[in-house]
Design a binder for this molecule. Structure first.
Ligand code: FAD
Length: 277
């Protein structure tokens, strides 16, 4: 099954020298799985931008395909063009183009360009050099008015030149399959790879999900609540639940899986083994 599916691993941009070393170690372990690519998140607010670039260039130098996440944030077009050229000159071939989130505390002072504008900019600046990934939201982006406008803006990113998409994480496969059908009806034919968030930490997941609008089904929430002070039980429940989700997605035609590693190797290694990859 592995040969014809796209598997990728995402690292969160490091905020310290220790984190850079840690990601290097995890990259070494995960590269043995021969994924399609790694990606590294980007803080449009600025605090982690250098960490993203350093990590991307390190992973690239170690011989793996890697995609920096990128947003305009408050930066000038010139600055983003320079960053793209640095990546291009280094031989990086893939980017994840995002609007990004306005960092808390920066308020309305930053105008965030929509992702379709960034995709168009990357194509205008660098032609077909980069394979461009964009984000997709099977449960709808929280800022969207309704599912139809959400889908039309997703299509706008693809029409602007995106080659494939990675979804926000979700635990309800029906939302994903419906999103695939709705996108196909609009004429979107690029691969839409599900983003997989391991279930490992109850409080963190609730905090993330409240921010990004991902739904935690009640039955999952109740299990996590029950096991929140029993790490072994929580781990076993999380592994089983996410393994089943991945199996359902792959069996239903998902073109691959993008794992949000949260800079931990064990949860994704366990999923990888459970899935027989
Ligand atoms: P857009 O596609 O620009 O959409 C944002 C909102 O605006 C949506 O509600 C959309 O419907 C609407 N919209 C889109 N285009 C238009 C338009 N032309 N006119 C009017 N409305 C429009 N965040 C980070 O800060 N750093 C990261 O590294 C990062 N990585 C991510 C990786 C993945 C795979 C995913 C799924 C998300 C990631 N995020 C990251 C979070 C992401 O930045 C947020 O979800 C952000 O709020 C939206 O980014 P986007 O690129 O999807 O935005």
């Amino acid at each position: 099954m592995k040969q014809d599916k796209l598997f990728s691993f995402e690292f969160s941009a490091p905020k310290s020298d220790e984190a850079i070393v840690k990601i290097g170690n995890i990259h070494e372990k995960l590269s043995a799985l021969n994924p399609h690519f790694f990606s590294v998140t980007y803080g449009a607010g600025g605090s982690t931008k250098d960490g993203t670039k350093k990590t991307v260039l390190d992973i690239h130098a170690a011989g793996s395909a890697v995609a920096p996440h990128l947003s305009f944030g408050g930066d000038s077009k010139e600055k983003i063009a320079n960053l793209l050229n640095d990546y291009k000159d280094a031989g990086v071939r893939r980017v994840v183009a995002l609007r990004g989130d306005i960092p808390s505390g920066m308020g309305a002072s930053v105008k965030m360009a929509y992702a379709n504008e960034l995709v168009a900019f990357i194509r205008a600046e660098t032609g077909d050099h980069f394979h461009i990934e964009v984000a997709a939201y099977p449960e709808m982006h929280p800022d969207s008015k309704n599912v139809e406008t959400d889908l039309s803006y997703f299509k706008a990113k693809v029409d602007a030149g995106a080659d494939s998409a990675i979804t926000q994480y979700f635990y309800n496969p029906d939302a994903y399959f419906r999103f695939l059908d709705a996108s196909a009806k609009l004429g979107v034919s690029v691969p839409i790879v599900p983003g997989i968030m391991p279930l490992t930490n109850y409080r963190m997941l609730i905090r993330f999900s409240d921010n990004c609008g991902a739904d935690i089904p009640r039955w999952i929430r109740k299990h996590l609540e029950t096991y929140q002070d029993d790490p072994e039980a929580l781990k076993a429940f999380g592994e089983e639940t996410v393994t089943r989700l991945c199996e359902t997605l792959l069996a239903g035609g998902a073109p691959g899986l993008h794992f949000y590693t949260l800079n931990q190797s064990l949860p994704v290694l366990k999923l990888w083994r459970n899935l027989g990859l």
